[in-house]
Design a protein. Structure first.
Length: 329
């Protein structure tokens, strides 16, 4: 067995050990008897479509964050607003207006419903699709426990409250993550998802044009050359809400350590990115990752994803298994 093979085996065994500490009612291979082909169906669909649309990997990963941070990992982010009760669901909340990939999840669900009607939850599909998408574009792999059930409640106000906004400072990030049972190391690792994907100018334009809140001023913590480049090439006006910029310029399609290296150069795109360097604890984690091997980041990112995927899950007889991910049964 070569060095890389040994390392991957150690990572796999370490992740399995980590899972042993996780929610007891979730388990690896939960659908082994009830829908034996479930995980293979998800994987095959991802492997068929993501190579031709690699930019979808980041949104599908982001979807799991946004799902798990509101009411736990229960698929509530997928629910549509209905006329009954006129309830504004998580989908309609500002943090989720730029979410993409709902059709992708619906397509996977449709195939699984044909194979095993009423068996595989939408919450589990989100978790499996996120992992398989990241792996398909060359990122880390992690074991996904399954057995989540779908929630029946989805409120826009809760999404506004629980999803960390891009302008978060360190204190608010620490508080929100702690409320989900996630620590500062998880914060640094999960923020590493910004190594792939793009963001709309509306998410960070105030850092460029209105940091004082009075219609002018640039964030002094943002590298001036980087800020000038963003103004010149990406977000040319304060009112630009449609243009986009890479979260990890020059490497936004590659799952690597570049994001953390840019943080040390004051080139994190969001205020929430820059905030990670404001604490000695998180700064030391960043430096440790930058100075370590990529395999170590992959392994630790996988551990953080396993941990996040266990947040406030519904299992047993709680919730339901939705027939359609956008609607309660």
């Amino acid at each position: 067995m070569g060095v890389s093979s040994k390392m991957m085996m150690m990572i796999f065994l370490g992740l399995l050990g980590f899972i042993g500490l996780a929610e007891a009612q979730l388990k690896l291979g939960y659908y082994a008897q009830s829908c034996p082909k479930a995980e293979a169906i998800v994987q095959d669909y991802v492997h068929q479509h993501i190579p031709h649309a690699q930019s979808m990997a980041a949104p599908l990963l982001r979807m799991q964050f946004h799902d798990c941070f509101v009411r736990g990992c229960d698929g509530s982010v997928l629910l549509n607003k209905t006329e009954v009760g006129n309830n504004d669901t998580e989908k309609t909340a500002n943090p989720n207006l730029t979410l993409r990939g709902f059709g992708f999840i619906d397509s996977v669900k449709s195939i699984l419903e044909e194979e095993c009607p009423g068996v595989v939850s939408c919450a589990d599909i989100i978790a499996l699709v996120a992992r398989d998408s990241v792996w398909t574009v060359g990122g880390p792999w992690w074991p996904v426990t399954t057995g989540r059930r779908d929630g029946r409640i989805s409120n826009a106000s809760e999404a506004l409250q629980d999803i960390p906004p891009p302008f978060s400072n360190f204190s608010s990030l620490q508080t929100i993550f702690a409320s989900k049972g996630l620590d500062l190391k998880d914060l640094v690792l999960l923020s590493g998802a910004h190594t792939i994907g793009i963001a709309h100018c509306s998410s960070f334009n105030e850092r460029l044009y209105n940091f004082t809140g009075r219609g002018y001023g640039q964030d002094p913590s943002l590298d001036s050359e980087y800020a000038a480049n963003l103004k010149e090439r990406k977000c040319k006006t304060p009112s630009d809400n449609t243009s986009i910029a890479e979260m990890d310029p020059g490497s936004h399609r590659t799952f690597d350590l570049s994001y953390y290296k840019l943080l040390l150069k004051r080139r994190g795109l969001f205020q929430s990115d820059a905030a990670l360097t404001k604490s000695l604890t998180t700064l030391s984690y960043i430096k440790e990752l930058v100075n370590g091997p990529l395999e170590a980041f992959f392994a630790e990112f996988g551990q953080a994803m396993v941990k996040m995927g266990e947040v406030q899950v519904l299992t047993g007889s709680a919730g339901e298994i939705r027939k359609h991910c956008a609607f309660v049964n």
